[in-house]
Design a protein around this ligand. Sequence first.
Ligand code: GLU
Length: 484
Amino acid sequence: MTKPIRVRYAPSPTGFLHIGNARTALFNYLFARHHGGAFIIRIEDTDRKRHIEDGERSQLENLRWLGIDWDESPETHEQYRQSERLDIYQTYVDQLIATGKAYKSYVTEEELAAERERQEAAGEPPRYINEYLGMTDAEKAAYIAEREAAGIVPTVRLAVNEAGIYKWDDMVKGEIVFEGGNIGGDWVIQKRDGYPTYNFAVVIDDHLMGISHVIRGDDHIANTPKQLMVYEALDWEAPAFGHMTLIINADTGKKLSKRDPNTMSIEDYRKKGYLPEAIFNFITLLGWTPGGEEEIFSQEEIIQLFDENRLSKSPASFDSKKLDWMSNEYIKKADLSCIFDLAKPYLEAAGRLTDKAEKLVELYKPQMTSVDEIVPLTDLFFSDFPELSAAEEEVMVAETVPTVLTALKEKLEAMTDEDFQPDTIFPLIKEVQKETGIKGKNLFMPIRIAVSGEMHGPELPNTIYLLGREKSIQHLANMLEKLA
Ligand code: GLU
């Protein structure tokens, strides 16, 4: 009998949703939706020291923004936060102690630290050495009594089968094998404060929630044998495991990390006005490909195409230039009204939400990688004159430049405001060409630089039109003065 497909994303609310987390959530989501299974969100909040206020809300909000939805979560289901499940973990801790598969450990932190130091000095790998080793039952009872009398609170450790072999057929990496003797000895399943450790709680939860496949980052590979030990101790069937390869930052060649200043959280992208569909599409291709050249896919297409057998075995490359390219593709394709709505808050904050605003957004939409760029892109419409770069200066020192600018300025001055229309500006430039005999780059480039302060940009007649007749004249005059 095959188990129903149930997968989960289990964030620890110790930080905001970053690219790596988002990918884990997204691949679990795609796997569930592709196979018609359930996608579950569980909050792993047992590390109280690293807990971040608002971490959970922000994770869920940003997942929703990305277009991910889920079937079960703490919002709709009780005890979907680990901190609310302590009684459940206690039941299984007690059961393992009763069956001799776990035991209370009274060794103190100081003793553990001293032992670690000794092992390090001796060049031995760090491991816990069973404190009861070689004790008779009577000695053991005396040791426990003495420590309890001294007020030492025990942890609970799993009695590891040192001879056991722990292996699984990883969905991404193929067969992975660990020896029970190599994982550092009997490990703690319950801390002194009564909280379970991650490797213990995760097994209880995954089992009780009927999780069929655990898909997560490969930083968890070394945890998996420990988790398999718990499945074995409780005589439960383990789920399938798939460990996705790490993500490398293409700019630095280093592992993408939340602390890397070059990478942003999902919330940062959202604040900058990236489209969620673009981020969704981009993250999907971090370690997965449907094959072929095409890279732009809708969410429905990705769900349909998703195939866990095509998860990459080699590291995924996070290339911010590719993200910007993709983002620009999505902005170009999006409706003007959608981009204009997104642009409004940025324009408003800059005091630029004028009656020309929608036209400006239309003018610059083909150029934007994120919608917040609308503000710097429209600088020339709202400031007196932008500084020129060295390359721009070089164009402007040509002998023919003042002739071209003067001719255009005179024509604009001779024009009425009614005549000044989007389709009357190009003929005007053509007249300048006829009159002066200057054409091509020598004609268009100086005009573009004079009016817009940029060598590249949207269509020239449109730029002039949006800038307005007076302001264009002003810019041409400013430039002529500068050149004189
Ligand atoms: N809370 C763990 C994390 O944030 C989840 C690991 C897992 O998926 O088992 O990495």
